[in-house]
Design a protein around this ligand. Structure first.
Ligand SMILES: [Zn+2]
Length: 333
């Protein structure tokens, strides 16, 4: 348990003096502050993030802040609320499609024929997802979370990003995951919100400075574009339209990615935090199918264990010792 801020360890990096923002634990040992950022990734991402967090718990990595987008908002919110992650993994393995995807074909036709789609905002209601979310969350509001948590969504009116850090958790989480056209946007206060992945696939900037972090671990599981051969294959698979929409809306490659499953970056906001990016190699799973969720969860769990294990001492005790691993890219927020 973290008790009080203290200590300074300084090294030089790119001629800048870096100071570790470590704190003291109850045994009077200094520990880096570690944040976790969970990317979007659909149902596949929800399983993958669950496996990732199970691995972090197994590795005994203490988390000081959590941020998430879309699938990452759901899993991150449940984790931050204090849910037992073993129980959560079982809930995910038993989830039914009707708990998060309920398109009304009658409503679709009725709205088209009689109302010319007036007021028609999406194929599926978000009510079942909201209910599932409320059942799984251990607390109702952001300020009750065991770990500080933030959620990214897109404000439909302004087109700008919205980072939720207060109020009721479930509506913000559902808004962050509301894929345009497929889900109705979620009204919170006076505004409508939808999928935060339209802004940023993994919002590192939502927690890096506000929580004075030394290390951010980004678990990136948004699907990569499969290119032309992949698209041909998709044409013969279920839910082709979802995959096409996914390609159109979310094809941007975040600055922090590489072709490696593990890479170390410097946070571009100037906070000097080390960003550890994990992009596991996972089986495909087309939304909203849940059949192979356990395989994805297991693969993410095993790969996180294997990738982080060699760096455990640095993550838990000496973040500055990872400086030589950083591969910089010239990016600024
Ligand atoms: Zn930063």
């Amino acid at each position: 348990m973290i008790a009080a801020a203290s200590g300074v360890d300084a090294v030089k990096f790119n001629n800048k003096k870096l100071v570790m923002k470590k704190v003291m634990n109850t045994d009077n040992q200094s520990v880096p502050r570690v944040g976790v950022v969970l990317s979007s990734g659909g149902i596949r991402g929800a399983y993958a993030h669950t496996g990732f967090l199970l691995a972090l718990q197994q590795l005994d990595i203490s988390v000081s802040a959590v941020s998430g987008c879309s699938a990452g908002a759901l899993v991150g919110g449940v984790f931050a609320s204090g849910k037992n992650m073993q129980e959560w993994s079982e809930a995910m393995l038993n989830i039914k499609q009707k708990e998060f995807w309920t398109p009304s074909w009658a409503g679709f036709l009725w709205s088209l024929l009689l109302r010319k789609w007036r007021g028609y905002t999406g194929m599926s209601s978000t009510d079942p997802a909201l209910k599932f979310c409320q059942q799984q969350l251990q607390v109702k509001n952001f300020n009750e979370c065991k770990i500080p948590f933030s959620v990214l969504a897109k404000n439909l009116a302004t087109g700008k990003k919205k980072v939720f850090t207060q109020g009721e958790l479930a509506p913000c989480i559902v808004a962050s995951a509301a894929i345009p056209v497929f889900y109705k946007p979620v009204k919170i206060g006076d505004d409508y919100y939808c999928d935060g992945a339209l802004i940023d696939l993994a919002p590192t900037d939502t927690i890096c400075c506000t929580h004075n972090l030394d290390v951010l671990i980004v678990h990136h599981v948004a699907q990569r574009s499969a290119g032309r051969p992949g698209l041909e294959k998709v044409m013969h698979q279920p839910w082709t339209l979802v995959t096409i929409l996914n390609m159109l809306l979310y094809q941007q490659r975040p600055w922090y990615l590489s072709d490696k499953p593990l890479i170390f970056r410097r946070c571009p906001c100037g906070c000097d935090a080390i960003i550890i990016v994990i992009e596991p190699d996972l089986p495909e799973l087309a939304w909203p199918i849940t059949d192979t969720g356990s395989e994805i969860m297991q693969a993410a769990h095993q790969q996180t264990n294997a990738l982080l294990e060699p760096h455990l001492h640095a993550i838990k005790q000496d973040a500055l010792s990872m400086n030589h691993l950083i591969e910089d890219v010239s990016v600024r927020y």
